[in-house]
Design a protein around this ligand. Structure first.
Ligand SMILES: [Zn+2]
Length: 404
């Protein structure tokens, strides 16, 4: 392979940024005219690099290397959140172009709708591994305007195209480069993060049942206020969890609803959606045990009853050790002392690729950690360093240690 052309890589990134520009970011919701223009731009780029480019029935853009393997798959996504950043997703796909241009045996894929504009989770990568049914597509709608996914596919000119399935045996692994979307790297003045795994999300519904009653007529001693009991439980979780967590555990109350939600009525019911995330199953299990005992304690102490229901308990997607080691060695070569291992707190297409082949991720720093916002940015020199490390790591993993 030849050296990665970092100038061409940055030029490609800036060209893609010019499609659907919004302030300093982009607005390319899935299957919008801007998004489809970006997909056509990508097909032309892949073709220019000698790959056989195609788009499939869910909008996945795929560039297939024409030469001998073993092959790597490199990718991410190119649609954006609404009025969001120019690098989220685009970075990993354009990095794939750079590796192909350098002569590495890579296929490049932009998985459709990683950003979840439609009511499916990561439909592009799931479709590629055979984990997305026609019925699921039939039932999906745009989360913003309710447009059926079928209608959006028709309008985008994708209706009736076959959906591509990955030839799993073709690949030695999947690499995805992405912005960190946090501040860990920047705070430590580091330039790269070798991802250890993508956290699992354990999502719970907590329901507190009290007694709906009059806010004036019911004395304080008599009432069973579901809202107050819910708040006390959440405060107890917040006090207890720091004793149970790993280094990068997060926990979030994303929804807190009171019924009947009126100023003069004591809430009779509170519904809480609560989640925690970690990359270690042992930590997740410890948090679950902690949560269950706090709920039990609330049932003993409070005048309301509390129930806990698991909604979804996903598995962490661990990055492949050999693929990580290749990235780490390349990082140490090209940015000595300037990198660290770290988990990913956000979901990525890599989590589905990791189900069918070895997979690994590389993070670039995010300035001020801003993401899912048009101000999202990373320094050009960090982007360039990242793609050099990705190429060197990929070559190393393929067993080709020639200098990049
Ligand atoms: Zn992304």
């Amino acid at each position: 392979m030849s050296a990665v052309d970092t100038e061409a890589f940055l030029r490609d990134l800036y060209d893609l940024r010019a499609i659907g520009t919004f302030k300093t970011g982009v607005h390319r919701p899935t299957y919008s005219p801007q998004d489809m223009e970006a997909r056509r731009w990508l097909m032309a780029k892949l073709t220019e690099c000698g790959l056989e480019a195609s788009i499939d029935g869910i909008g996945n853009v795929y560039g297939r290397h024409r030469g001998e393997g073993p092959h790597l798959l490199v990718g991410s996504h190119i649609e954006s959140q609404n009025e969001a950043g120019w690098l989220d997703g685009a970075l990993g796909v354009v990095a794939g172009i750079a590796l192909a241009r350098a002569g590495l045996p890579v296929d490049v894929c932009a998985f459709a709708d990683e950003e979840g504009h439609f009511s499916l989770s990561l439909p592009g990568s799931r479709s590629m591994i055979g984990d997305l049914t026609e019925e699921a597509i039939d039932g999906a709608r745009n989360r913003t305007d309710g447009t059926p996914l079928r209608e959006a596919l028709r309008a985008a000119g994708l209706e009736g195209l076959p959906r591509r399935q990955l030839e799993i045996g073709r690949y030695k692994g999947y690499y995805e480069m992405h912005i960190e979307q946090g501040t860990q790297l920047e705070e430590a003045a580091l330039r790269l993060g070798v991802v250890t795994g993508i956290v699992a999300i354990w999502q719970w519904r907590i329901v507190v049942e009290g007694q709906q009653d009059h806010a004036g007529g019911t004395t304080m001693a008599e009432r069973r206020d579901a809202g107050l009991s819910a708040v006390r439980l959440l405060a107890a979780i917040d006090a207890e969890f720091p004793r149970l967590v790993g280094e990068r555990t997060t926990w979030t109350t994303g929804r807190f609803r009171l019924e009947p939600d009126a100023p003069n009525i004591i809430p009779g019911r509170a519904e809480i959606l609560f989640q925690f995330r970690d990359v270690s199953v042992a930590v997740l299990e410890r948090l679950e045990a902690g949560l269950r005992s706090l709920v039990q304690e609330a049932n003993r102490r409070e005048r309301c009853s509390v129930t806990l229901e698991a909604m979804s308990l996903s598995k962490p997607a661990l990055c492949d050790q050999a693929m990580q080691a290749a990235l780490a060695a390349a990082a140490e070569d090209l940015a000595p002392g300037g990198w660290r291992h770290m988990p990913s707190g956000a979901g990525h297409d890599a989590q589905y690729m990791a189900k069918v082949m070895p997979a690994a991720m590389l993070f670039s720093p995010s300035i001020a950690g801003i993401s899912h916002h048009w101000a999202e940015d990373t320094k050009d020199e960090d982007l360039a360093k990242c793609v050099e490390v990705l190429a060197a790591g990929a070559a190393r993993y393929l067993g080709n240690n020639a200098p990049v």
